[in-house]
Design a protein around this ligand. Structure first.
Ligand SMILES: NC(=O)c1ccc[n+]([C@@H]2O[C@H](COP(=O)([O-])OP(=O)(O)OC[C@H]3O[C@@H](n4cnc5c(N)ncnc54)[C@H](O)[C@@H]3O)[C@@H](O)[C@H]2O)c1
Length: 361
């Protein structure tokens, strides 16, 4: 079978366990040389252990691939530079960066400590910045690069995970920004929002909670079976490898959901409705004009002397995803059609990830 990443060099963070491990194995299977970076701490980020990274290197080597272990901490700006340098010095250059390092310290925001906030945002968001900062300089110079970062569906808001969801949202914003900055240099920058059974998602406590929910009738048997048999990270890894390949260049600045057999592209937030006022002729909006025109449902008013609701077209939406059809005050998001997707900077050639790509808004 053809190898899609022959001759490429990759850094994967959080590569000792879970999704990062599966991604490292898959990149190596596809011919890439891999720097397996993992601090090896606990689920909440305490301690360090060189073991997991070395184990993954041993697995890759045993299968005939090339990899080196790295035990640095992605939260440290200088350490991040050393991780990228390890790739360049050992393999010649860096082509691929996959950010998978992650920890959890869940707590309702009103109870969260400063340390819980700082620790989680440092690994996910600052860690991504640190790694991308050093890698992207080199990718820009060589005019080829692939960056994939691991966000989460939590970026859309997740009660009990204020630190995590904010960091993941920041990672999405940074992905969009980097995609715009690097697209013209033949580099792509995307994020995945995975769901896979790892120590972060499927430990004994989580299983016990599902069991209690099933026994108290809050979950059907089918829902329970699906929950406790969540597909593993090996289903996520090939999608990441694809995004890192030459063929994956058609995706730039995208957030892609991956779980088991599901691959879904998220829309980029865009304005779905607006009221516009000629401020030169009519002056600024006032609190009173807002009261007269506001619709409690969040929809724009039709006519209350507030100006004229305008139609929004596909050109103003997310690269053709979900054109907004406006009709006076009421606007609705049209369904997605077709199987084509557009990059941020260039027109699409083909957007097929496979026959079962499902569109979601
Ligand atoms: N598993 C899921 O369903 C899921 C869902 C959404 C997002 N994610 C994200 O995917 C990524 C991987 O998660 P996972 O489920 O594989 O977790 P995991 O705990 O199995 O793996 C994370 C790895 O990151 C390493 N790590 C933590 N802090 C580090 C640091 N400062 N420097 C270097 N390495 C560090 C850990 O040692 C660990 O091996 C995380 O960013 C997570 O938030 C996972």
């Amino acid at each position: 079978m053809a190898k899609h990443l022959e001759g490429k060099n990759a850094v994967v963070t959080g590569a000792g366990r879970g999704i990062g491990r599966a991604v490292s194995l898959e990149l190596a299977r596809q011919g890439a040389r891999v720097v397996v970076c993992d601090l090896g701490g606990s689920k909440s980020g305490e301690g360090a252990d060189a073991g997991p990274a070395h184990q993954v290197v041993a697995e890759i080597t045993k299968a005939g691939g090339t990899a080196i272990a790295n035990g640095e901490n992605v939260t440290d700006f200088a350490a991040a530079e050393r991780i990228i340098k390890a790739c360049v010095e050992n393999f010649g250059r860096i082509d691929i960066l996959v950010n998978c390092a992650g920890i959890l310290r869940d707590r309702m925001t009103f109870n969260m400590t400063e340390q819980e906030w700082d620790a989680v945002t440092a690994v996910h968001l600052k860690g991504m910045f640190n790694m991308c900062r050093h890698a992207s300089r080199l990718m820009r110079e060589q005019k080829w690069g692939r960056i994939v970062s691991t966000t989460s569906d939590a970026w859309r808001g997740a009660p009990g995970q204020g630190n995590y969801s904010a960091a993941k949202g920041g990672m999405v914003s940074l992905t969009y920004t980097l995609a715009g900055e690097l697209g013209k240099y033949n580099c792509t920058v995307n994020a995945i929002a995975p769901m896979a059974a790892t120590r972060l998602t499927m430990d004994e406590d989580v299983k016990a909670r599902f069991t209690r929910a099933f026994e108290s009738g809050m979950m059907t048997r089918e829902q329970y079976d699906d929950a406790v048999n969540m597909p593993g990270p090996e289903y996520v890894a090939p999608i990441v490898a694809y995004l890192c390949s030459e063929e994956g260049k058609i995706f730039n600045g995208k957030v892609i959901g991956v779980q088991g057999g599901r691959v879904a592209v998220y829309s980029k937030p865009f304005e779905i409705a607006g009221l516009y006022r000629n401020i030169k002729a009519e002056g600024a909006w006032t609190v009173e004009s807002g009261e007269a025109g506001a619709d409690p449902g969040g929809r724009p008013a039709e006519h209350h002397g507030l100006g004229h609701p305008v139609r929004r077209g596909a050109a103003q939406s997310d690269a053709g995803h979900g054109a907004v059809a406006g009709d006076r005050g009421t606007m609705k998001v049209a369904g997605l059609t077709g199987q084509r997707m557009r990059m941020t900077d260039r027109p699409a050639q083909s957007g097929h990830l496979g026959p079962s790509v499902r569109r979601s808004m």
